[in-house]
Design a protein around this ligand. Sequence first.
Ligand code: CAA
Length: 283
Amino acid sequence: MEVKTFGVIGSGQMGNGIAQVAAMSGIQVIMNDISQEFVQKGLDNITSILNRGVKKGKMTDVDKNDILSRIKLSTNIGDMKSADFVVEAATENEPIKFKIFQDLDRICPSHAILSTNTSSIPIGRIAGQTHRPEKIIGMHFMNPVPVMKLVEVIRGLATSDETFQTTWDLSIAFGKTPAEANDFPGFIANRILMPMINEAVFCLYNGVGKKEDIDTVMKLGMNHPMGPLALADLIGLDTCLAIMETLYDGFKDSKYRPCPLLRKYVEVGWLGRKTGRGFYEYS
Ligand code: CAA
């Protein structure tokens, strides 16, 4: 299936990154969120990243303006009526995502594929909110989207081969490398990553090491680009907690219990970079 118009629901950290890579691949993009302030903030972020690219000589001003001209801002989900493919990158909250998928199912043309960037909510549960479960799929980008090469493509039980192939091909068109996963809690990426981050928080909680030492061990000892506590701050501690809860609820296995310290940080509002404080402080 040819994708001419690509819709993105949510213009936050993930949504604006996805809109950027889509527009860079040459297709028309509609970036939607609930307020003008949010979509403008998303566009400002894309503009500043592209400006950095121009400064470094990676693209010209003309390229930058071409890319930006392909991104249409929207605060009305009804605009998705012209989308062939939509990725939902709203907040990681089931009732919000369910409502978005019910709306998209009603609004989008019958051929449109509706994908979700969820980090852990089952694809089947989202598909159950629509009348087109064969056209529902997970398209899970990594943060920061313009830099990270992976897209995890997740098949739900009812996802058709055509939907899978279109999503796979689109990921490649966006300059990414797709990997296939099935619909289990956390899929592949977060099934492996989050217990590691959670264990790093336990190391801090139990006094095994200071935060800087925990991160240094993983950076220099295992060649990770950043330590697990710094990475948790980048992802958002609320997101990390939500994913651990999904793993714990989904498997009913105590090895996935979230560290109490992670919960304490979230309760007090230390969510990482986005709030200026997580395990580290950010100015
Ligand atoms: N947006 C766009 N570009 C960015 C960026 C951002 N937020 N942050 C960094 N970059 C770009 C920089 O501009 C720079 O580009 P050039 O090479 O063209 O100059 C490049 O990335 C490298 O940046 P820096 O030199 O500033 O910093 P770095 O080398 O330390 O890299 C990093 C930063 C890419 C974040 C790196 O530390 C890294 O890969 N960290 C691990 C990230 C990771 O694990 N992400 C997955 C999180 S899990 C997830 O997303 C899934 C989920 O469901 C929770």
